[in-house]
Write a protein that binds this ligand. Structure first.
Ligand SMILES: *Cc1c(COP(=O)(O)O)cnc(C)c1O
Length: 351
């Protein structure tokens, strides 16, 4: 068809499966196995449905922005809130990566980055992780149009020390460096304190993992006010009312309940420590994870085979048919009970 010449073509991102079958064990998309903070359910019950006839508030003028600002000790003008961090990151690509030079990111990383680069026609270059799946800061010293990486990295779970993050930010003062901290709350050190010193640093976090609210779609970016203003200019040029009224009201309660948040993160880290032992015992090897998942390879049985056998047992993990990582499974840390079911199935498959 002639009109196809004018179509913006792109190979879309493939999200993890969301099977709707009951009774499955879902360890494939890094969701939190625990419910959101109790205050979230109360806020949902108290939601004034009559108010839904109105357009929502502007996110930066809400209690959610105030709660995040208080939690992270920054101004509300240093926070940009979006529909999950995917929305925030997508707008950040559109806003900050306008150079003719390539944007740099690791070869093994969140597989949405090359999709956004393609859809927005942004040139990019990937930098190979070393044999231990570490990012090498020295690779990010050549001229570029911007830098983005997750810390901890996905799908490896490997954390980069703060000094190495700063090295990359400091070596790239002429471009924006985005640190995607989707998993930072599971034992990592955030780069957030560096935003005072570096006007080119944007730190992005999400409610989807550590705050148990993947279904609500809330993400946020933090940086100096100038960065946040540019993000808002682009956002308000695409879609003004992105955050719905319910998300704004429910999100506040997830931020306010610090004790519950800490308890859930601690539990997941404890379950992860046990998973390291159990998986090692079953013949798996994996880099040290600082996230709510483990990226594991079995010494003798191919990952694809384990992936398929687990699925037959209604246990879903993630596997990519991709160079360098096709013998790895990314296993989300679930409840202790879910993990016990996983070990039992793995004993059958690998034993
Ligand atoms: C999960 C994830 C996100 C996106 O999460 P949202 O649900 O859109 O907030 C972003 N980056 C990485 C590395 C992730 O794993």
């Amino acid at each position: 068809m002639k009109w196809e010449e004018n179509v913006r073509r792109v190979v879309p991102y493939t999200p993890g499966e969301q099977p709707q079958k009951a009774g499955i064990i879902k360890l494939n998309t890094n969701e939190n196995p625990y419910a959101p903070a109790p205050g979230v359910a109360e806020a949902a019950a108290a939601l004034d449905v009559e108010k839904l006839r109105l357009y929502p508030a502007f996110p930066e003028k809400t209690d959610l922005a105030e709660a995040l600002a208080a939690r992270y000790h920054i101004g509300t003008d240093q926070i940009f809130i979006g529909v999950g961090s995917d929305d925030v990151l997508s707008i950040a690509f559109m806003t900050f990566f306008q150079s003719d030079k390539p944007v740099f990111f690791p070869d093994i990383t969140y597989s949405f980055y090359d999709v956004w680069a393609d859809v927005y026609r942004i040139p990019y270059e990937t930098k190979a992780l070393d044999a231990d799946f570490q990012i090498r800061p020295a690779d990010y010293r050549e001229p570029n149009g911007g830098v983005i990486f997750p810390n901890p990295n996905a799908p490896t779970g490997v954390l980069m020390p703060l000094e190495a993050v700063e090295e990359i930010v400091a070596a790239n003062r002429d471009v924006v460096v985005i640190v995607d901290e989707a998993y930072i709350d599971f034992g990592g050190t955030s780069a957030l304190p560096l935003i005072d010193q570096y006007d080119n640093l944007l730190v992005v976090q999400t409610f989807s993992k550590s705050r148990s609210m993947a279904g609500m779609r809330i993400g946020y970016a933090m940086g100096q006010p100038a960065l946040i203003r540019y993000l808002n200019d682009v956002k308000y040029s695409v879609n003004s009312y992105t955050m719905n009224t319910a998300a704004l009201a429910l999100g506040v309660e997830a931020v306010r309940d610090e004790a519950y948040f800490e308890m859930c993160c601690k539990r997941i880290m404890e379950t992860r420590a046990r998973a390291e032992e159990r998986l090692s015992g079953l013949g798996f090897v994996f880099p040290k994870s600082c996230a709510n998942f483990i990226f594991a390879s079995h010494k003798t049985i191919p990952a694809r085979e384990i992936f398929e056998r687990l699925k037959e047992n209604d246990i879903y993990v993630r596997w990519w048919n991709k160079d360098r990582i096709d013998n790895y499974l990314r296993i989300t840390i679930g409840t202790d009970e879910q993990m016990e079911a996983l070990y039992r199935a793995l004993e059958e498959i690998c034993g």
